[in-house]
Ligand binder design. Structure first.
Ligand SMILES: NC(=O)c1ccc[n+]([C@@H]2O[C@H](COP(=O)([O-])OP(=O)(O)OC[C@H]3O[C@@H](n4cnc5c(N)ncnc54)[C@H](OP(=O)(O)O)[C@@H]3O)[C@@H](O)[C@H]2O)c1
Length: 304
């Protein structure tokens, strides 16, 4: 492929040349909620990629990871996007070692492979690495103090990339949703068509994130050769109750959403009361991000 594509900046052209044309792209976790969105972005750009399936590798097992990522091209991948993770937040409370083997050990192995390939590692983390007790958006350099086992497992992954010699981009995100997969938007819509009313917690505040917005923003950060920790979410913030009420309104669902407290819904893993990630640096780099209501409307119109 030669020459810039119509409307493509010189910067994006150079990035594509390096990541997609000369060196391959490896996508892990392509069947997950975010992985599907990233695969769509890559296809939309015409970037070929390899995406080994879950059956072919276990991120927690360095041997299967290495085998599944054995590169058949003359050169190893130049870009690795890791969307695979242990994401069962409550399950991690009783199986923390397993969650950490995936989210910590797996990411460490991957960073080692990326270093040997001279590839950029893009991986994802969570608002749950912070203490959730704040009242102002968490900036990227706030010290980690996770409240639960899942947060601790992701913090181990963050420490692993920081300690690695690879080039890395770690994107923290929160409250992911998409037209597919297992997520809050699909669950609430279903419940609001099945039940006359549901209760949703109104004492936890955060930032919803459209997986497609996150996938697009990931590519923008890669184009700009950004490295280190970044925060990517939709704009604005809300409680789970406010989020659910808007889902019902947009879906035209007959059920009512009523607010309640977290105490009324005890869960195995502690949830942060205030979990708003600061996205101002990201907005300075890529421009203002759409408000969650706009991204949600787009997703609700395309729910599977
Ligand atoms: N969902 C959220 O609200 C949220 C919030 C903050 C951050 N994040 C982060 O965002 C990223 C993407 O999350 P997501 O919601 O898209 O996750 P997801 O839908 O649960 O997808 C994760 C993918 O990883 C695969 N996977 C799990 N364990 C694996 C292992 N040991 N080896 C290989 N693959 C494995 C899963 O396959 P199987 O399902 O077949 O096991 C699935 O395809 C993750 O890093 C997550 O921690 C998510």
């Amino acid at each position: 492929m030669s020459g810039t594509r119509h409307g493509e900046s010189k910067e994006a052209f150079l990035a594509r040349q390096r990541w997609a044309d000369r060196r391959g792209v490896l996508l892990l976790g392509a069947d997950g909620m975010l992985g599907r969105a990233v695969a769509g972005e890559l296809r939309g750009r015409g970037w070929g990629f390899a995406a080994p399936s879950r059956r072919e590798f276990d991120l927690a097992n360095a041997r299967t990871l290495e085998r599944a990522t054995t590169w058949r091209e003359p050169e190893p991948p130049g870009l690795v996007i890791n969307c695979a993770a242990w994401t069962d937040v409550d399950g991690a409370e009783t199986r923390e070692a397993e969650a950490t083997a995936v989210n910590g050990g797996g990411v460490a192995s991957l960073a080692g492979l990326c270093f040997s390939w001279e590839a950029l590692l893009v991986t994802y983390s969570t608002d749950y690495v912070f203490d959730g007790q704040g009242s102002e958006p968490y900036q990227v350099d706030v010290p980690r103090a996770p409240l639960n086992a899942y947060g601790r497992s992701k913090a181990v992954g963050e420490e692993a990339v920081e300690a690695s010699h690879a080039d890395w981009l770690n994107i923290r995100t929160s409250w992911l949703y998409a037209p597919w997969g297992k997520n809050f938007v699909l669950t609430i819509r279903k419940l609001l068509f099945e039940k006359p009313s549901i209760k949703v917690v109104d004492d936890q505040r955060g930032r919803p994130t459209s997986a497609q917005h996150l996938a697009r923003t990931t590519m923008s950060l890669i184009d700009r050769r950004m490295k280190g920790h970044w925060h990517v979410t939709d704009g604005g913030d809300c409680t789970w109750f406010e989020f659910a009420r808007e889902i019902g309104r947009l879906a035209g669902a007959p059920g009512r959403v009523e607010p309640c407290t977290s105490a009324e819904f005890p869960r195995p893993a502690k949830r942060p009361a205030y979990s708003v990630l600061d996205i101002s640096e990201t907005e300075r780099a890529i421009g203002e991000v759409p408000d969650w209501r706009a991204n949600l409307a787009d997703v609700v119109a395309r729910l599977e």
